[in-house]
Design a binder for this molecule. Sequence first.
Ligand SMILES: Cc1ncc(COP(=O)(O)O)c(C=O)c1O
Length: 238
Amino acid sequence: MKEQGKIWMNGKLVPFKDAKIHVLTHALHYSTAVFEGIRCYNTPKGSVIFRLREHIDRFFKSATMYSMKIPYSKQEISNAIIKTVQASGLKECYIRPIAYYGYGVLGLTPTPNKIDVAIACWDWKTGESAAGKVRGARCKVSSWLRIDSRSQPMRAKAASNYANAALARVEALRDGYDEAIMLNYLGKISEGSAENIFIVNNDEISTPPQSAGILEGITRDSVIKIARSEGITVFERD
Ligand SMILES: Cc1ncc(COP(=O)(O)O)c(C=O)c1O
């Protein structure tokens, strides 16, 4: 990773290489963190952050699902994200806000710890995978099932969901594929390890419904809205 610009940590911009946490941070041991993945694009009108408001709304919803009270307002987080992007000097980047139970009391119960918040951005052109961006993706139906929403809230963009996704990703790469497609406990398609799935069939599009245990992607929402506005039929169905 190229260390460029600054990282916002609990209200202050610090040099990229100094954005460190204690090894006994609760989230490191128990996955008690929620985060976002946001894109800033270079456009003819300048740099534009894609659907920032929706990302911030989801960030706060994810936090609530983990009993976290983010110690900043949505407006403060929004301003901090813009400030972090500006400090990076990048015209186009990936942005990662994260809120996590911090350092203080180690043991399963997270709530005695304070909530720390950090925002980083960096140049990450392909994002999670080059697959599908620079060429078609070869996908493997994973032997790992997507965690069921009755086990933990899969609607949250939470770190704890991603050990499951990482197992699927590693298995797919090890077997010579680019990406994993994950099924839910009913054997229905849920999503990729880090993306929603669409099936294009002639002039119709279908995508797994929220009940399939997916993260309700903001890109997914945009694709559905744009397709429907162009008169294309979109089904949200198993
Ligand atoms: C599991 C999972 N599903 C779907 C998505 C797509 O979400 P969005 O379009 O909001 O980036 C992501 C994004 O990282 C993801 O990790």
